[in-house]
Design a protein around this ligand. Structure first.
Ligand SMILES: Cc1cc2nc3c(=O)[nH]c(=O)nc-3n(C[C@H](O)[C@H](O)[C@H](O)COP(=O)(O)OP(=O)(O)OC[C@H]3O[C@@H](n4cnc5c(N)ncnc54)[C@H](O)[C@@H]3O)c2cc1C
Length: 468
């Protein structure tokens, strides 16, 4: 139930294992929070927001391989950090073995003083041996306790983390912050490289429909799950709001919804003490917003495919015309136009703002990095606010993230919020789906595992095998 990444991962794994799966999704397309839609204001299909992965996302990569879309992911080793008017800082792997593969790039980085670089090296080295356990401490507190300079926090720790975990530093668990830095900068060059889809998200994930149908399974779109009840024969009956498929009988159910949709459905499931406890735990999850600002110009603004933007409200620039061939704007007469998406994570300050002031702010800040903006004509623009983008990985949240086992035998939980050891990401969602699929095969007496193997550490990081 639920056709987001978690539901698709569970369905595809089970269909591949020979089961007949019925995948019910409330919306008219698959993908959930990672999807594209026709934006009425600009008349184009756009992604709800740029989605990226890293090399460490082994189960998501496995899902892309299953769906035969891995070739549609473009990989980048080089990250450019820009300051308004300043020289670029390029972080990329060099010849030294892990965990020192980015050291030479850091030493050359103009965005940081020598003192900043020493502080960053000292901070990162704390995560070499392994991840600290989840504790009550937040990451801002940890950074200050570890003598980080204000510039290293503003230009390194914060931009990396806020975009990876979509939350402010004082609301992030040290354990998950450490995970991001260890896996992106220390473990191996392959672990930290960034993958960006070269096709719209709905095309990427829409392939799951054919995959499932080819394996004798079915996808029901516009099918909202209303209730789930046990049957006298030990199975489950799911009722839906779709008159064409009002009831789905099954041996097992995977509930692959967001945490708030799961909470909304709980009253329509049998009540017991464990379901009461789950209701209480779900009430403790909190959302954090992401805002995407989409701008179409009459000319090229930059040669970069993407860049981290420092010292401004806008945080990342993705040059969609270069990243996705479908968004190339051909030259008519003069030069080709371009389509950029600017991403602001943990965008609480933008949520109450109107569309036009957000666009004005974005243009004014973008021009500080790319002077061509001042001469360019803005052809059209869209602002997409995802107010419930992800849940916050607050300190100690792992204490209440449930496993795939649910309060009801034969019903299993999935979704990026369950206990996978990953934050709210497509990888976390995929892992949750694969874990739920394993639990289903266990329950039905034919156990299988679906999680992909972890990436091995490289270089000297092989001396520190501990990852949790
Ligand atoms: C703006 C934004 C940017 C992001 N950027 C990144 C990124 O760069 N990299 C990354 O890895 N992750 C990113 N994420 C997070 C990522 O999108 C999510 O973690 C992941 O997609 C969650 O998948 P899910 O299947 O767990 O949940 P969802 O995507 O929420 O899927 C749940 C599905 O259940 C459906 N549903 C709900 N209720 C019912 C019902 N009663 N009956 C039937 N269906 C129902 C919903 O319509 C939905 O399709 C981003 C998210 C957002 C919003």
């Amino acid at each position: 139930m639920g056709g987001g990444v978690a539901g698709m991962a569970a369905a595809c794994a089970l269909a591949e294992a020979g089961m007949r799966v019925q995948l019910a999704e409330r919306r008219s397309y698959l993908g959930g929070r990672a999807s594209s839609f026709l934006h009425p204001g600009v008349g184009e299909v756009i992604d709800n927001c740029q989605h990226v992965l890293i090399g460490r996302c082994t189960s998501l990569i496995d899902l892309y391989r299953r769906l035969r879309v891995l070739d549609s992911i473009r990989w980048y080793d080089r990250f450019t950090f820009l300051t308004p008017g300043g020289p670029p800082t390029v972080i990329e792997p060099g010849p030294l073995p892990a965990p020192f593969h980015s050291t030479l790039a850091f030493l050359r980085a103009p965005a940081f003083s020598f003192k900043d670089k020493l502080a960053i090296a000292r901070g990162l080295s704390a995560f070499m041996p392994g991840l600290p356990p989840d504790s009550a401490e937040n990451f801002l507190h940890w950074l200050l306790r570890h003598g980080q300079t204000s510039n290293s926090i503003a230009r390194f720790w914060k931009p990396v983390l806020v975009s990876a975990l979509n939350e402010d530093l004082d609301r992030i668990s040290v354990h998950y912050a450490a995970k991001v830095f260890r896996e992106s900068f220390l473990l191996s060059p392959q672990s930290g490289r960034m993958g960006i889809p070269a096709i719209p998200l709905s095309e990427l994930y829409g392939t799951a429909t054919g995959y499932l149908r080819d394996r004798g399974s079915e996808v029901h779109l516009r099918t909202s799950v209303d209730s789930i009840a046990p049957t006298p024969t030990g199975g489950w009956l799911t009722t839906t709001g779709n008159p064409e498929i009002p009831a789905i009988p099954s041996d097992a159910v995977v509930l692959a919804l967001s945490f708030e949709a799961t909470a909304a459905l709980l009253p329509a499931l049998p009540q017991n003490p464990a379901s009461q406890a789950l209701t209480t735990d779900l009430a403790q999850f909190e959302h954090s917003p992401i805002t995407g600002i989409h701008l179409w110009f009459d000319r090229e603004i930059t040669d970069y495919d993407h860049a981290v933007l420092l010292d401004t409200t806008i945080q990342w620039m993705f040059n969609k015309s270069r990243l996705q061939p479908a968004h190339r704007i051909p030259a008519v007469g003069g030069s080709a136009g371009s389509y950029l998406e600017l991403v602001v994570s943990a965008s609480r300050s933008l949520v109450p703002m109107q569309r036009q002031p957000i666009i004005d702010l974005a243009l004014q800040e973008l021009a500080q990095f790319f002077p061509a903006v001042a001469q360019a004509k803005l052809l059209k623009a869209a602002v997409v606010k995802e107010v419930r983008a992800t849940y916050s990985v607050r300190p100690l949240l792992d204490k209440i993230r449930p496993s795939s086992a649910s309060p009801w035998p034969g019903v299993f939980l999935a979704g990026d919020w369950i206990a996978t050891g990953w934050p709210a990401t497509m990888e976390g969602a995929t892992r949750s789906g694969y874990l739920a699929a394993s639990a289903v095969t266990n329950a039905l007496g034919a156990p299988q595992t679906f999680l992909a193997p972890e990436l091995p550490a490289a270089g000297l990081m092989r001396l520190f095998p501990r990852t949790s």
